[in-house]
Design a protein around this ligand. Structure first.
Ligand SMILES: N[C@@H](CCC(=O)N[C@@H](CS)C(=O)NCC(=O)O)C(=O)O
Length: 226
């Protein structure tokens, strides 16, 4: 028996990425099924994990259900305390928990205006004031953590604090959002992470592009660093 994880389109489902990365990055075995957003299949596939109603959703080896990416993160951190999902040092752990919680609850302007899209970049996107405010807040909390732990990840070694910001890193490049050099360097670390790279590649086999994510802007290739 192992963990069973349901995700949706890897190129578009940011919460799925947050649910899958802890397994992939910390080497936790999991059986992954992929459903499709905006398709009749979605309701049928997610019904297998009722009362879950969104992705990601996990069935544990013992038959428990984790119906939210945050629940998945906490559960795995407790189940695998020696894998480094969270920093051990109390101050670093406090910082990690704060970063994770703030990401889970916030950045709604950025999330709403700039949906994750790993199939393309968009040229000429103009962030609203609310999106710029979210970007400033990201710069502040990333900078504070990167300086405190001397990088390259937010709390020293790669942890759940970084996992939750992986989709944000992709949005910064998809929409070419204005951020500091320090933030952009952190984004490049995310895009170079081996687990993220395998997610990105696998996304191209999940099906055709989702028209729901179309923008009325010229396209450019998704700017993946070499
Ligand atoms: N708070 C949830 C959000 C999950 C979520 O909204 N997932 C989206 C896909 S990215 C979804 O399932 N949308 C389908 C729907 O809401 O019906 C989490 O952290 O897991």
């Amino acid at each position: 028996m192992t963990y069973s994880l349901l995700i949706a389109d890897r190129s578009y489902s940011s919460w799925s990425l947050r649910g899958w990365l802890p397994f992939a990055a910390f080497d936790i075995p999991v059986e992954v099924s992929v459903t499709r957003l905006y398709d009749d299949r979605f309701a049928r596939d997610v019904a297998e994990f009722a009362p879950g109603r969104t992705v990601p959703v996990v069935r544990t080896p013992e038959g428990g259900l984790l119906t939210d990416s945050m629940a998945i993160a906490w559960y795995l951190a407790e189940a695998f305390p020696d894998r480094g999902l969270l920093p051990d040092a109390p101050a670093a752990r406090a910082r990690a928990l704060s970063l994770i919680s703030e990401m889970h609850a916030g950045f709604t302007a950025l999330r709403g205006a700039c949906p994750m899209n790993l199939r393309t970049g968009w040229v000429g996107f103009e962030p609203s004031d609310a999106v710029r405010t979210d970007l400033k807040r990201l710069e502040t909390i990333w900078s504070e953590a990167l300086v405190a732990h001397s990088g390259p990840w937010l709390c020293g070694a790669y942890s759940l604090a970084d996992v939750v910001f992986a989709p944000v890193a992709t949005r910064i490049v998809t929409y070419d959002l204005p951020v500091s050099d320090q933030a952009r360097a952190y984004v490049v670390h995310h895009l170079s992470h081996p687990a993220f790279r395998s997610w990105y590649e696998a996304g191209f086999t999940d099906g055709p592009e989702q028209s729901h994510y179309e923008m009325n802007l010229p396209r450019c290739p998704f700017p993946m660093p070499a």
